[in-house]
Design a protein around this ligand. Structure first.
Ligand code: SF4
Length: 206
C-alpha cells in the first residue's frame, strides 16, 4: 500500500480534508476497498496523521477561496479526531467566513467519546452529513461491521437528532444501490422522524 501526506484534495468544486485513516466501521462498500485514493487524488493512506497546524497549512496552500465548500471526509472517520477537526474548522471559518464547511461522518462520535458530542459541531460546521446506510440495525451491523456492534445504528440516529439542534443543515446519506425500494422508504421515515434531510447517492466513495 502506497502512503503519502495527501491532507487536502479536490473533488469537483469542493476542497476535501483528510485528517485520519482511522475508522470505527469497516464497510463492505468503502471506497478504500477499491484503491488508494479518490477522484484522481494521490494516495489518501497517510504516512502520519497531520497536526492541526499541518492541516491548516495544506488548506491555505490550496487556496480555499477558489472552492465552493470545505469537506472533512478522509479516508477514515473524521470524528475520531473531533477536537482537532473542530479546531481546524473554526480557524477556517474565521479566515474564510463565506466558505461553507461540511463534515461527512458515520455518526459514531457519541460512542467514540462516551458523551453527547453534538454541541461540539455547533459553530464549526454548516453541514453534518451522517451515513445512515440502511434502516436496519442488523443490516448496518452486517454491512458496516461497526466496532460497537448492534448499538451503532441507533446511536447514529440519536446523534443526528441531537446535532440538528446545533447545525443548520443535517443530512442522512444512503447509497441507492445497497437498498431495496422498501428500505429506501424506511430510511425516508427515519430521516423525517429525526428532522433531517435524506440524501440518496450512487456508489462512489463518501
Ligand atoms: S464509515 Fe466511511 S471510511 Fe469508515 S469504513 Fe465506512 S465508508 Fe469507509
Amino acid at each position: 500500500m502506497k502512503r503519502a501526506m495527501t491532507v487536502t484534495y479536490r473533488v469537483g468544486r469542493g476542497l476535501y480534508v483528510n485528517m485520519t485513516n482511522r475508522c470505527t466501521n469497516r464497510c463492505d462498500f468503502c471506497i478504500r476497498n477499491n484503491g488508494e485514493g479518490a477522484y484522481g487524488s494521490d494516495s489518501l493512506w497517510l504516512i502520519a496523521e497531520p497536526t492541526v497546524a499541518q492541516t491548516l497549512e495544506s488548506i491555505t496552500a490550496a487556496d480555499p477561496s477558489s472552492y465552493e465548500e470545505l469537506v472533512f471526509c478522509g479516508y477514515g472517520e473524521p470524528s475520531v479526531r473531533l477536537y482537532d477537526v473542530r479546531a481546524v474548522a473554526l480557524h477556517v471559518k474565521e479566515r474564510y467566513p463565506e466558505l461553507p464547511i461540511r463534515i461527512n461522518t458515520n455518526g459514531h462520535s457519541d460512542l467514540i467519546f462516551g458523551f453527547d458530542t453534538a454541541p461540539l459541531y455547533g459553530g464549526a460546521f454548516d453541514t453534518v452529513s451522517v451515513s445512515l446506510n440502511t434502516p436496519s440495525a442488523e443490516k448496518y451491523n452486517e454491512m458496516c461491521h461497526p466496532v460497537y456492534g448492534l448499538s451503532a445504528h441507533e446511536a447514529l440516529i440519536s446523534f443526528a437528532k441531537n446535532v440538528n439542534k446545533y447545525v443548520h443543515n443535517v443530512v442522512f446519506s444512503v447509497v441507492r444501490e445497497t437498498l431495496t425500494d422498501g428500505e429506501l422508504r424506511e430510511c425516508e421515515k427515519i430521516a423525517e422522524m429525526a428532522g433531517v434531510t435524506l440524501k440518496v447517492r450512487t456508489y462512489i466513495g463518501k
